[in-house]
Design a protein around this ligand. Structure first.
Ligand SMILES: C[S@@+](CC[C@H](N)C(=O)[O-])C[C@H]1O[C@@H](n2cnc3c(N)ncnc32)[C@H](O)[C@@H]1O
Length: 364
């Protein structure tokens, strides 16, 4: 990849995303490739039930809440924090108690849990602030909350990438010259760049619609100086669609299903993770996933996992879609693939063999 650094005198400095590995990765966790599903997690030796397999920091995360000004679970915008910033918490020391809004009042969804967090995040936020102020309201009004969220995640991904490019010597370049062990897991922008997703799986109408949005709202220019071509940004949207996680307060993928049924709660954020995104889906997962208090995705073994087995999460709340048709339809609509997990394949109806002897003679 050619290294281009886009820094001008007037550009604020964005703190680099200096992570070179996930925060925790179980030594028995490996990456391999499946001919149908693509990249996957496998294990090289026993991982006992309850063990933590992965703790991965989001590369970009946005809050997803109605009425942010009055919501208790808005997250701190500082990517080094991501903690929920409650409106009031009597138990907190006074200096931590106030949510700190954007000084330019860009949108109420942007807040920091403390002034310290806000000040440390000035450079990154400056990258998105003008864009949010100019486009958030018109995009929400014309295209709706889902499209706005998709575009905002892209803006936050581009802001983080910009931070890495500004610190190219300590980040992207060192990543490409890292030792074989360090290169085992691609982190930061390298990890995002390697995510699956392609516009070839999209209908012409969908490509046209997102191309329009990219040209209208995400063009490289003074409002968003990212230096990428429109088709690269469109590709990033495909990757985001195939790989982003909803963040919920309770674990996803608990099996057997709890009785009485417990769902995973109300979504409060959406995020893209460089390493957690390698996990494929199973309707009988052996891993549960849940964000920790900093929005890091934590994978936990829900049973003993033996050498050679694939590690899978569930992409949806298993309490909501139980039979084969409903599960496959949900995955097809929301995640654009036909589930080939062992449970779905084993539940496929067996086609009755044609009884030729019972057929009338066809004039032979
Ligand atoms: C979040 S990515 C998972 C990692 C991906 N396999 C890769 O190569 O990067 C989601 C994509 O993986 C594939 N996938 C995941 N679970 C699958 C399953 N149960 N059946 C078929 N394809 C699956 C689909 O192509 C899906 O769009």
């Amino acid at each position: 990849m050619s290294q281009v650094v886009y820094i001008t005198e007037s550009e604020p400095s964005i703190e680099p995303f200096s992570q070179t590995q996930p925060d925790w990765i179980h030594p028995n966790l490996l990456q391999s490739t499946d001919p149908i599903k693509g990249r996957q997690f496998r294990v090289s030796g026993l991982i006992p039930k309850g063990a933590c397999l992965l703790v991965d920091r989001p590369y970009a995360v946005i809050p997803v809440v109605d009425d942010p000004a009055n919501h208790d679970h808005l997250i701190c915008s500082n990517p080094a924090c991501n903690r929920q910033a409650p409106r009031h918490s009597a138990s907190e020391p006074a200096r931590n108690r106030n949510r700190t809004p954007c000084p330019n009042a860009c949108i109420p969804d942007v807040t920091w849990c403390t002034e310290t967090c806000r000040d440390a995040d000035q450079g990154r936020h400056a990258f998105e602030c003008t864009w949010l102020k100019r486009y958030a309201a018109p995009i929400r009004a014309k295209w709706g909350e889902y499209d706005f969220g998709m575009l905002w995640v892209i803006v936050r991904l581009l802001a983080m990438r910009q931070g890495q490019l500004q610190h190219v010597d300590i980040d992207i370049r060192t990543a490409s010259s890292a030792t074989a062990t360090e290169k085992k897991w691609k982190c930061g922008w390298e990890g995002i760049d390697s995510l699956c997703g392609s516009a070839e799986t999209w209908s012409h109408d969908k490509v046209r619609a997102w191309t329009t949005l990219v040209k209208k709202y995400l063009q490289n220019g003074p409002v968003l100086p990212h230096g990428m071509a429109s088709d690269q940004v469109l590709h990033l949207i495909c990757q985001e669609e195939a790989n982003s996680f909803g963040l919920y307060p309770r674990a996803t993928g608990v099996v057997p299903l709890p009785y009485p049924s417990v769902d995973r709660g109300e979504q409060f954020a959406a995020a893209v993770y460089p390493t957690a995104a390698i996990a494929n889906h199973s309707c009988l997962p052996n891993i549960t996933h849940k964000p920790d208090e900093q929005g890091r995705m934590v994978f936990t073994a829900s049973r003993d996992i033996f050498a050679g087995e694939e590690c899978c999460i569930s992409y949806f709340d298993l309490t909501q879609h139980t039979d084969l048709t409903s599960r496959r339809e949900h995955l097809r609509q929301s995640f654009k693939f036909i589930c080939q997990c062992e449970r779905c394949v084993s539940e496929e109806p067996v086609e009755e063999p044609t009884e030729w002897s019972a057929m009338p003679m066809m004039g032979l």
